[in-house]
Ligand binder design. Structure first.
Ligand code: NAD
Length: 499
């Protein structure tokens, strides 16, 4: 197979700079890091690494913009709504450049990126609609002639966002659109591997001329930069997306600063899917494979633990194998490509190590894949399916974050699945495939996870909340729930009899 090294389009901003307080600035430490095309392993850009001082400058800018600037103190909700709509229009105008850059930097199939950019535009429009609908409550039954009691909702303040690498622009929109709609100001750190569309977004935000300086700021780099942001006392809320290990560290950090602060953490998953005997096997096999392998399995909600009913187990496995083997791997910028590479060397080594564990420690059968692509540069691993996996095996319990599906030993009864899944460390998502209304009702009632797909998998909408139970985190993104997460409530008790 030949993978073409597609050239990055000319960027309309200087990739060596970042956007702080309405201006493009370099790092005060002059440190830089290289950004790769994971399909070829070649360097496509060099960006600056923000220093602790740069993080401080960004937070101070967001703090001034929140407390003294017009965004919160003069703009009406309708003006913020129009600013977000202007941003959606700017993204739409630049969508082909954004799509190409995202596809090259993340190694994502271009067809998938188009859907993500559609979603991104929709997210800014959706949350624009909330900006002029911030509502409090008046509780008439609790007031008397003398005192009036009511609540008002106010923006929580400066939000420090730390993003994962896997959906750079889309997850930025999940976070930034509701936060700006609520009237917050933002310091945003993308994953270190995939900063380019975040910088492009800052360029577009600036170009609209609708956002006062300091409302949106970007810092770039890895763990140290994220830590400096989490530790900054002027940050009122931390919104984190990433692994469980880093998420736990972030929670501990947000509690050890001088001021405790609101935190939401969107973490990993090991999401189960259940195939009941009454399904259309071909359709379901394809849904399961895309549920697991889309974004090369680098999906927090990937369907990675599959339960197949004993009565169709032997018939289902060949369909699953055929569906995985029919996935088109190739240059991510080709329209026909369905699966790209892993993000970097670290993730590639991690996935291959789990495949080794599956074969040796876990003694599972390799149904298909189980190896890297030969004779290509970049970080390519074939879609891999293990069968007859014990639910207690490491490949069945631990998040791999790659194109690896564990088909568990066959089951006889849905109650047995629900019982075992009660011990799942994660609780992000689950799927069930069946026509039985009774089984669907039982499964959706009993499963403790944030999203449950019935006869489909992976569909997400701006208006439906997304988030986890247990180690998958807390807080919700998308929907009204996420908007509400950027608002704080004040109770006002007013002596209306006073002069
Ligand atoms: P990661 O935990 O390695 O890094 C996430 C972010 O945290 C990066 O920006 C990183 O630079 C930053 N970071 C690292 N150390 C830090 C520290 N000490 N303080 C503050 N920030 C720090 O995760 P990743 O490899 O980028 O992403 C993969 C993980 O993200 C997977 O576990 C996946 O399930 C999860 N994820 C979850 C969701 C969700 O919505 N639940 C969505 C996407 C990804």
């Amino acid at each position: 197979m030949t993978i073409t090294a597609t050239s990055l389009p000319k960027l309309p901003f200087d990739a060596g700079l970042t956007y702080i307080n309405g201006a493009w600035v370099g790092s005060s430490s002059n440190q830089t890091s290289d950004v790769e095309n994971p399909a070829t392993g070649t360097v496509i850009a060099t960006v600056c690494e923000s220093s602790k001082d740069d993080v401080d400058a960004a937070v101070q800018a967001a703090y001034r913009a929140f407390h003294d600037g017009p965004w919160v103190n003069e703009y009406s909700g309708a003006q913020r709504r129009d600013a977000l709509l202007g941003l959606a229009a700017a993204i739409e105008q630049h969508r082909s450049a954004l799509e190409l850059i995202e596809s090259i930097n993340v190694g994502k199939p271009i067809a998938d990126v188009r859907v993500e950019v559609d979603d991104t535009i929709d997210l800014f429009r959706h949350f624009a609609g909330y900006a002029d609908k911030v509502e409090g409550r008046h509780i008439a039954s609790q007031t008397n002639q003398k005192l009036e009691g009511y609540t008002v909702k106010v923006p929580v303040g400066v939000v420090g966002f730390i993003n994962a690498f896997n959906y750079p622009l889309n997850l930025l929109a999940w976070k930034v659109a509701p936060a700006l709609a609520a009237g917050c100001t933002v310091v945003f750190k993308p994953g270190p591997q995939t900063p380019l569309t975040t910088q492009y977004f800052a360029y577009l935000l600036e170009k609209t001329g609708l956002f006062p300086e300091g409302v949106f700021n970007v810092v770039l780099g890895g763990a140290q930069v994220g830590q400096a942001l989490v530790d900054h006392d002027l940050v009122d809320k931390v919104g984190f997306t990433g692994s469980v290990a880093t998420g736990k560290h972030v929670i501990r950090s947000t509690a050890s600063t001088a001021n405790v602060r609101a935190t939401s953490v969107e973490l990993g998953g090991k999401s189960p899917g259940v195939v009941m005997p009454d399904v259309d096997v071909d359709r379901t096999a394809k849904l399961v494979v895309s549920g697991c392998m889309s974004n090369t399995g680098m999906n927090c909600n990937a369907l990675t633990r599959l339960w197949v009913h004993r009565s169709i187990y032997d018939a289902f496995l060949p369909r699953l194998k055929a569906a995985a083997e029919s996935l088109v791997l190739g240059t991510p910028q080709d329209d026909a490509t369905e699966m790209g590479p892993l993000i970097d060397r670290r993730q590639y080594d991690r996935v291959l190590e789990y495949i080794r564990i599956g074969r040796s420690e876990d003694r599972a059968d390799v149904l298909t894949g189980g190896e890297p692509l030969q004779d290509v540069a970049g970080y390519w691993v074939r879609p891999t399916i293990f069968s007859n996996v014990s639910p207690e095996a490491r490949i069945a319990k631990e998040e791999i974050f790659g194109p690896v599906l564990s088909v568990l030993e066959p089951f006889d009864d849905l109650d047995e699945v629900i019982e075992v899944e009660r011990r799942n460390e994660f609780g992000l998502a689950a799927g069930i495939f069946t026509r039985s209304h009774k089984d669907i009702a039982k499964f959706t009632r009993k499963m403790r996870c944030g999203t449950i797909w019935v006869n489909n998998y992976n569909a997400l909408y701006s208006y439906l909340p997304f988030g986890g139970f247990r180690n998958s985190g807390f807080g919700r993104e998308l929907g009204y729930e996420s908007f509400d997460g950027y608002l704080a409530t004040k109770a006002i008790i007013d002596d209306v009899s006073s002069e």
